[in-house]
Ligand binder design. Sequence first.
Ligand code: ADP
Length: 297
Amino acid sequence: MNLLEISGLGFAYPDGTVALRDVALSIERGEKVAVVGPNGAGKSTLLQLIAGFRMPFTGRVIVSGKELKESSSDEIRRDLGLLFQDPDDQIFMPTVEEDVAFGPRNLDMDDIEERVLRGLRSAGIEKLAKRQPHKLSYGMKKRVAIAGVMAMDPKVLLLDEPTSGLDPRSRMELIKLLKGMDRTMLIATHDLEAAAEIVDRAIVLNESVVMEGTLRDLVMAKDVVESAGLELPPISRLFKVLDAMGYPIDSLPVSMDQAVAELTMVMDRNGKHVHAHIHEHDHIREKAKAEHAHETR
Ligand code: ADP
């Protein structure tokens, strides 16, 4: 049975703006799925709707066999954790631990202390428990918000643009964190490269689902990329240029790991066995020694 099953989902705002039309989507337990699409495609609305924040809608949202209805949204909300795009919309208590405790307390959950500890641990911020969240960096605020959501131990984690607004280092750290989390996830994002690191598959949304597949399938679908206004990651663009120059590639890599795998494969095809290592070292000499690729025939 799928953990999340959505069919015929439609939603219009009170002013008549149609945000979603006949959306169908299923996610298996443990699966990580990205929702990509242009601004205004309905990504945030979809996540808010699944989290039970927006009613009424047409169609069905079924979580763990339970249908989301106006009458049942509180019960289902326990199973769904939504990370807002802007952590400042989600954080408002004077200390980090109080903030992380807010959700479980609000839903009358047991073992608050244990939940707070688990939430802080899963976001890697145990040391920040006593700090004032509004004084933390943007990246750390995102983690506080993640801890708050994880303290409720949701079956599905819904993340709205989790990497937006982060500096490169915090972005990389967040990607690592989400990649390592053993949790069913639906991630709305513009960041295809981050998505390629984290998710198993992606859907392209533009009011309804335009395409479904791996990130690599998606970046190869030229018409979808154009019509959905998606920006290809620099590494994919580089391989597009190589492709145009006659370099033999089967599909465009979306992340650095995929690019290295692709290059290694092409070198292998040429009859050579290749090892490529990239290590970070503190001083330049070591770095020069460590960043190399050697070949053996
Ligand atoms: P995305 O997250 O993909 O950028 P949204 O879900 O925010 O898309 O928006 C989907 C559509 O709904 C857009 O046309 C947007 O202008 C509209 N919309 C979003 N929020 C509101 C609102 N509160 N009232 C009216 N229309 C809205």
